[in-house]
Design a protein around this ligand. Structure first.
Ligand code: SAM
Ligand code: SF4
Ligand code: SF4
Length: 362
């Protein structure tokens, strides 16, 4: 069977062809009367555009089962060709336009006065930390799901040792990529026994450990609600060992709920996207590695910004026109998938394809 006839198991029991893993994305319309972007853009629910994630690759050296299960992302999987990816110049142009609309935080790339950060699995960080720092990166978030080497190797499904990620975190600290955050996706029955050891390990350091609820992103990870450990239970387990005090968010719309150790030994956070949806504050857009703009992590269709950045139908577009097109897209935004999931209102048609996490970058 050739790659194009293979199928991906779908969470809804449906199957979809691998060749169909590119997501729908219409070319955005340019409004007739374009006003200059003034940073005051809001969507239909009054949410501003403040945060942009730019994914720079859809490839990965890990195969975390909650993100890129090996059965799907094997040697036959067709990753995007290089020509599809946004170039460095296209990314910086898009970033500039988003900043004119009020974006203040860009994850992966950008420029002053932006807060420039990166999310990584940490596997190459020991080698790259200094170069990243020299290139202008300010801080880093490292994903780490367990300290126990056996559990960690099983979760990344590439037999990658945890010691190398810990060395990467140490290197990031050494070169001053601060503050460092560590993200742990908690899967009940897989790594929940690591909650307390992870907390113990990072307690007493400036590193902020955040526990993330396992999410139903994409269509390939076989997500089940019974594998989600609600953050409230994470906190309960931690409180059996440590005295914790709740603290205020750093800024409105922060996704993590913050806690500190009562004895001053540091901070932890929980991100409860499944059990306590935070759509009402969601000010984040996501630009895929091939330049499609998605307005929600659970979107099934995007907007083809690359067509505007590269020119389309024999036309080229100015920054002002692209800004106006983005403005119109954001003004029409009404996504609130997690809230609808919590309210048991089906937010997507059964069988509708949702973007994969490795493609959109989390
Ligand atoms: N490869 C990098 C990494 O792992 O840090 C960056 C991309 S990864 C898609 C971004 C984040 O998404 C990681 O922290 C990862 O743990 C998280 N993630 C992936 N799949 C998830 C899921 N199903 N539920 C919750 N978090 C998930
Ligand atoms: Fe794991 Fe990140 Fe790679 Fe996904 S993209 S498989 S979360 S390391
Ligand atoms: Fe934002 Fe969509 Fe997540 Fe809600 S479900 S918080 S709208 S990304």
């Amino acid at each position: 069977m050739g790659p194009s006839q293979r199928t991906i198991p779908f969470v809804t029991d449906k199957v979809i062809p691998v060749a169909d893993h590119r997501y729908r994305a219409a070319v955005p319309s340019i409004p007739a009367s374009a006003h200059a972007a003034n940073g005051l853009l809001t969507d239909t629910l009054g949410r501003p555009l403040r945060d942009l994630r730019i994914s720079v690759t859809d490839r990965c050296n890990f195969r975390c089962s909650y993100c890129m299960p090996k059965e799907v992302f094997d040697k036959h999987y067709e990753f995007l060709p290089h020509s599809s990816l946004l170039s460095f110049e296209e990314i910086t142009r898009a970033a500039r336009i988003f900043v004119s609309h009020g974006v203040r935080k860009i994850r992966l790339t950008g420029g002053e006065p932006l807060d420039l950060t990166l999310t990584t699995n940490g596997s190459l960080l020991e080698r790259k930390a200094q170069a990243l720092k020299d290139a202008g990166l300010q801080r880093v978030t490292v994903s780490l799901d367990a300290l126990d080497d056996t559990i960690f190797r099983r979760m990344n499904d590439m037999d990658f040792p945890v010691a190398e990620v810990l060395d990467g975190i140490a290197a990031a600290e050494r070169v001053g990529l601060r503050p460092i955050k560590v993200n742990m996706v908690v899967k009940r029955g897989t790594n929940d026994q690591e909650i307390v050891p992870m907390a113990q390990h990072f307690r007493g350091t400036p590193i902020v450990l955040r526990f993330i609820e396992y999410m139903d992103v994409g269509a390939t990870n076989g997500w089940r609600m019974d594998e989600v450990l609600p953050s409230a239970q994470v906190i309960e387990r931690l409180r059996e060992q440590f005295a914790l005090r709740s603290i205020d968010p750093n800024y409105p719309g922060e996704t993590a709920e913050r806690w500190r150790y009562a004895d001053g030994m540091g901070e932890i956070g929980v991100i409860s996207s499944v059990t306590q949806a935070f759509c009402h504050d969601c000010n984040r857009a996501r630009l895929s590695t091939e330049g499609k703009l998605f307005l929600c992590l659970f979107a099934s269709a995007g907007h083809d910004l690359r067509a505007l950045l590269r020119g389309h139908g024999g036309r080229t577009y100015s920054d002002e026109e692209i800004a106006a097109a983005i403005g119109l897209i954001w003004q029409r935004r009404d996504d609130r998938y997690s809230e609808q999931r919590s309210a048991q209102q089906p937010a997507r048609e059964p069988g509708e394809r949702r973007v994969e996490m490795h493609y959109i970058g989390g």
